[in-house]
Design a protein around this ligand. Structure first.
Ligand SMILES: NC(=O)c1ccc[n+]([C@@H]2O[C@H](COP(=O)([O-])OP(=O)(O)OC[C@H]3O[C@@H](n4cnc5c(N)ncnc54)[C@H](O)[C@@H]3O)[C@@H](O)[C@H]2O)c1
Ligand SMILES: [Zn+2]
Ligand SMILES: [Zn+2]
Length: 378
């Protein structure tokens, strides 16, 4: 008889996810089966939940969604060489081909053949996920609990894009305080940035930015109607900002980035605009002698090593950014909260069914998760 599990699925074109029973995935010869202990919801999942234009052209339902997770290996394929049953793991969500020019020259994060977990193949919002051994990332349970280990994947985006600059003693502006922007603020603070400024149009998220030690500004909610770039310069003692991290994808914020940066400064474009954006290249970039980085993803696996160290060492503490924890079956509630902007990272925990557990420390009781969810709800 086929063993079944609970999974969060996109099965049609309508808004929302369906929680249903599906067969536990098969394990190919180079794959490992992971029992998911914690997963986290990302902006990309929200696109699938809403079924917007991007999702409609990219996704082929039915699909199990989710790509950020931590859990325990419960089965390994016959050709798996390193991973073992009982290992506590997360995964790089980008499954790259290993054979193209980028993959063979240490730039796998740009592999044109990339397949993404929960987008191009079944994902992690489920009791079990089957992944190729080559994307497995080993965690140390004594240092990273599942709710933090699952955040390594999105935090890695911020590590890659933020540590692309030498931040010590520099003024840094983060435009957009979604999870990625908030992660960047925590990295900039930990790296010794001299002044960390943050903007968003959402006061809840600016509240989190303030908790992390940033000076904040809401362009839509300031009595003086000051322009954002002017506030950034004013809050930087009248000087243009050394490094601007554009983490919103909003055209207005992209404009702010080029206006607020000092001549000779640096801008990272990481937020993804939903449509083409007009930029005056001469005025915004050339005459300012800027260094502009347009970045995507994480380096595989260089970024993971840095990410792990930042979290294990306690140099960066992500706990304040876990705003909610709930059961996997509450995924639609989680997506709604995120869509409303009153959440940062939401942790989902499948109910352990005890079937394939390797006898290790897999699984967390519902009661524990609820208690923690209650404590961490902000
Ligand atoms: N390049 C990559 O590899 C990569 C990877 C992950 C995410 N992203 C992109 O990075 C961005 C951030 O990701 P996220 O998960 O934090 O997204 P998010 O949507 O949660 O956060 C974006 C934030 O920008 C804010 N914002 C909107 N208009 C603004 C404005 N005019 N000024 C300042 N802030 C404004 C929003 O209120 C929101 O809080 C998104 O655009 C996402 O698509 C890029
Ligand atoms: Zn993600
Ligand atoms: Zn490749």
């Amino acid at each position: 008889m086929t063993e079944m599990m609970t999974a969060v699925r996109k099965i049609g074109r309508e808004k929302g996810f369906v929680v249903e029973r599906v067969p536990i995935p098969k394990v190919g010869s180079h794959d490992v089966l992971v029992q998911v202990e914690a997963a986290s919801v990302c902006g990309t999942d929200l696109h699938l939940w809403k079924w917007d234009e991007w999702a409609a052209q990219r996704i082929k339902p039915p699909l199990t969604v989710g790509h950020e997770f931590a859990g325990t290996v419960v089965e390994v394929g016959e050709s798996v060489e390193h991973a073992k049953v009982g290992d506590y793991v997360s995964a790089e969500s980008h499954v790259t081909c290993g054979m193209c020019f980028q993959c063979r020259t240490g730039q796998a994060h740009m592999c044109p053949q990339t397949k993404i977990l929960g987008i191009d193949r079944d994902g992690a919002f489920a009791e079990y996920i089957s992944i190729p051994e080559k994307v497995v990332w080993q965690n140390d349970r004594s240092k990273l609990p599942p709710e933090i280990a699952t955040l390594q994947e999105p935090f890695g985006n911020a590590v890659f894009s933020t540590l692309a600059h030498d931040l010590a003693g520099q003024s840094v502006a983060v435009l957009g305080c979604g999870p990625v922007g908030l992660f960047s603020i925590s990295i900039a603070k930990a790296s010794g940035a001299s002044n960390v400024l943050a903007t968003d149009i959402n006061d809840y998220r600016l509240g989190l930015a303030k908790t992390l030690g940033a000076k904040t500004f809401n362009p839509r909610n300031n009595p003086t109607k000051m322009e954002t770039w002017k506030w950034l310069v004013q809050a930087n003692e009248g000087f243009g900002v050394d490094i601007v991290l554009e983490m919103s994808g909003a055209p207005l914020a992209i404009d702010d980035a080029f206006k607020a940066v000092r001549n000779g400064g640096r801008v990272t474009l990481f937020g993804i605009p939903s449509a083409p954006v007009k930029i005056d290249v001469a005025e915004s970039m050339i005459f300012k002698n800027l260094t502009v980085l347009a970045l995507n993803g994480r380096r595989i696996f260089d970024t993971w090593y840095r990410t792990r160290w930042l979290l294990e060492s306690g140099v960066v503490d992500l706990r304040p950014l876990i705003t909610h924890q709930m059961g996997l079956e509450d995924v639609n509630k989680a997506a709604g909260l995120l869509d409303g902007g009153e959440a940062c990272k939401i942790i989902l925990r499948p109910k352990p069914d005890g079937k394939k557990v390797s006898g290790s420390t897999s699984g967390t009781s519902d009661t524990d998760a609820n208690v923690r969810g209650h404590l961490m709800h902000r």
